[in-house]
Design a protein around this ligand. Structure first.
Ligand code: ADP
Ligand code: MG
Length: 696
């Protein structure tokens, strides 16, 4: 069967070499399989007929049975057009063509009964349809009730290749492949999950016998797409677990000392649960690969520190990597007293660490004397070697790539370190299961007690005086304020000017209040200096761009004012908001915007105002942007799906993952005869990505 599906499209007689070349170039279709997997993106419902009198402006595409009376050329120059007078028992309408006139004249004859299909326009009593499809109304050519519409390109259309043409090719390809079409999903799995056979799915996706069959076909094809990805991810995980030992961290003495004597607060239940989950991994003898998702302020750092203690308490070292120097520094500051109380040696390694200090750190890590290293990307350098790295924590994982995660693995030759990645950008579960499908996932879904929910409001420019007055009052009460301006690559200069203008007007509005300013164009040390002043409380207002987005912790800051909020993405807004609400005081997030808002900006702002829940924010974000954009180009390839949609098909994904798990539980290496076809497909898949052309 491989042979038939693998046949080049040019051998499909109805297509021929010339058009095959075009299909290749325009749509990337090479084989029968490619063609069959060129799925319709929607279907025209042709189950109902309308009469001309019923037609109205604003209707979707509809079909009408009638006689083509005559053709007529009307208009001059660019207004020149072909009009076909089309009549049924209720009236008459004009079919209009501006292009392809010769072709239309050749193809359709007046005096014949046709079914016209198109979008009706009504002008007074006059009804027309531009560029309708016409079908001869004979019982033989009775159209499908649901007619597929295929993705096409302008070049193809120019060659008169339309959805009907593609459909006729699909018919031929299907006829040839159908008899030998195999199914890689065994019968019992199909039965268990209510899946139709693969060949039936292909048949009904192109030629749906009914809406119900179409549904079944879609379900099957979505399922298999998601299933294969999950099978791949779970297999990777299995292989990793089999292959990689993990440092056994079963001694909890150090952890208990800390817990009983030094823990500065009671852990939340969610923190406790996640620590237990990590502990189970870390003592298992297998390598841990765990993602901790927790909303901003949910206390991920403490969870990480306790895992670090577990690693160190069992004789190994630990590393904590953050995306920025400021953040790494803050981690150091926060953890230093705790580490000192426990007699744990700790150091900071960043790009700006002086050579002498750096050398000392390198030595300490190699000798094993230095137990905990906190740093930035600098930790990834090859010169950084460990005696025994037991655990690597990556904070704000979304700022790093998958490759960097892998780099940390290599820090230990024998046993790779346990890996804990943390992210405060909650992503919808469906997406997490795909992007991080090879990781275990823990969720901290609870904020420390006593936090007052942040109040978020939306204000227009006209309320600026009031807003500033409010800031003044809060500052008088001793609080600190962030004022954030957008800074987007393309318009950097403009934005910088906005920021500086903003800074000017803020210094005028708050003449006696000490201000800090931080933006991406400043030298690192100047940035540091300004940040520090704010952290220490010397300055009361921090005017900044989104450089402060990640991680910064100033519990005394209680107001986040975001200028031009309409220009920020939803997850960015949420991250920024997470900078406040960290202390005991009531905190506020004020979103300033202009009056003119696009529909999406409005939804973003409304979402921010209505919820503090990061997961809800993430779901809306995914609906607005689609999963690809959400993860950035770097990772979007993974979720380049043909049929399934991570926004809509979360349920199917859950089932598909279950099914994949079920298969692997039964036969981890897919060596049973019935799973061999699956094994072959997995081999053909590269990375997380499926090379669909090889999927049979
Ligand atoms: P994030 O998850 O955003 O990284 P952090 O780890 O920075 O959050 O924690 C935010 C703040 O909450 C810190 O000041 C931290 O000390 C504090 N914190 C963490 N866990 C708790 C807790 N269980 N009870 C009270 N405060 C906590
Ligand atoms: Mg953090």
């Amino acid at each position: 069967m491989r042979a038939v599906l693998d046949t080049q499209i040019e051998f499909l007689k109805v297509v021929g070499p010339q058009r095959a070349a075009l299909l290749q170039k325009e749509l990337g279709l090479f084989t029968y399989r490619d063609l069959l997997q060129h799925y319709p993106f929607r279907y025209e419902d042709k189950s109902t007929f309308y009469t001309i009198r019923q037609l109205n402006e604003g209707m979707p595409n509809v079909q009408v049975k009638g006689y083509l009376r005559l053709f007529e050329m009307v208009g001059e120059g660019s207004k020149k057009r072909l009009v076909g007078h089309f009549k049924d028992e209720t009236g008459e309408m004009e079919l209009v063509w501006f292009k392809g006139i010769q072709w239309v004249l050749k193809k359709y004859q007046p005096g014949i009964e046709y079914i016209a299909f198109g979008k009706p326009n009504r002008f007074g009593t006059k009804v027309s349809m531009a560029h309708p499809e016409l079908d001869v109304n004979s019982s033989k050519s009775k159209p499908n009730a649901l007619e597929p519409v295929y993705p096409l390109t302008e070049k193809l259309k120019a060659k008169y290749i339309d959805s009907k043409t593609i459909l006729s090719w699909q018919r031929e390809a299907l006829i040839q492949c159908y008899p030998s079409f195999e199914d890689f999903l065994p019968q019992d799995i199909r039965a268990q999950f209510g899946l139709i056979e693969r060949k039936e799915a292909f048949r009904h996706i192109h030629f749906p016998q009914s809406a119900e069959w179409l549904q079944k076909a879609k379900f099957r094809l979505k399922f298999e797409e998601l299933f294969l990805i999950q099978l791949k991810l779970l297999t990777q995980k299995l292989i990793r677990l089999e292959k990689f030992k993990g440092f056994v961290c079963s001694d909890t003495q150090l952890l208990h000392t800390f817990y009983n004597e030094h823990l500065p607060f009671e852990l939340t239940n969610a923190q406790k649960r996640v620590i237990k989950e990590a502990y189970t991994d870390m003592k298992s003898g297998k390598q841990m690969n765990r993602l901790i998702q927790g909303d901003v302020g949910s206390g991920k750092t403490m969870v990480a520190f306790i895992c670090i203690l577990l690693a160190i308490g069992n004789g190994s070292q630990a590393a904590l990597m953050a995306p920025t120097e400021i953040l790494a520094d803050q981690h150091l500051k926060g953890l230093l007293p705790l580490a000192e109380a426990l007699g744990i040696s700790i150091a900071l390694l960043t790009g700006s660490t002086k050579t002498k200090e750096r050398r000392k750190i390198h030595e300490g890590l190699v000798s094993g004397e230095l137990k905990l290293i906190i740093g930035t990307h600098a930790l990834l350098e090859d010169t950084v070697q460990f005696k025994q790295l037991g655990l690597a924590v990556i904070d704000e994982q979304h700022r790093f790539g998958v490759a960097q995660r892998a780099q940390l693995w290599k820090k230990n030759e024998q046993i790779p370190p346990h890996i804990l990645v943390m992210t405060a950008t909650p992503i919808p579960r469906t997406l997490a299961m795909t992007i991080y499908g090879d990781l275990e996932i823990s969720v901290i879904d609870e904020l420390p007690a006593g936090r007052k929910p942040i109040q978020t409001v939306h204000r227009y420019e006209s309320s600026r005086l009031k807003v500033f007055q409010f800031l003044r009052e809060e500052i008088e009460k001793g609080r600190q304020v962030y004022i954030v301006y957008p800074l987007i690559e393309e318009s950097e200069k403009m934005d910088l000017k906005d920021l500086m203008d903003g800074y000017e007007s803020i210094s005028r509005a708050f003449p006696s209040v000490p201000l800090s300013i931080v933006h991406g164009k400043m030298k690192a040390e100047d940035k540091e200096f300004e940040m520090r002043r704010f952290v220490k409380g010397e300055t009361k207002i921090m005017v900044a761009t989104t450089v402060i987005e990640v991680g910064i912790n100033v519990p005394n800051a209680s107001i986040m004012l975001i200028e031009n909020a309409e220009r920020f993405g939803l997850s960015q807004l949420h991250q920024l908001r997470g900078r406040v609400g960290r202390g005991a005081e009531q905190s506020y997030c004020i979103l300033m915007s202009s009056y003119k808002l696009s529909k999406d900006s409005r939804v973003r702002i409304e979402t921010m105002v209505s919820t503090n829940d990061g997961f809800q924010v993430a779901n809306t974000d995914m609906q607005l942007r689609g999963p690809g954009d959400l993860m950035g180009t770097q990772q979007s390839g993974i979720i380049d799906l043909r049929m399934a949609d991570l926004v809509q098909d979360g349920k199917i994904l859950e089932i598909a993952r279950q099914a994949a798990q079920h298969v692997l539980d039964e036969d981890p290496h897919l060596t049973e005869a019935r799973y061999l076809p699956l094994q072959n497909i997995l081999k053909a898949m590269r990375g997380n990505q499926i090379n669909w052309s090889r999927v049979s």
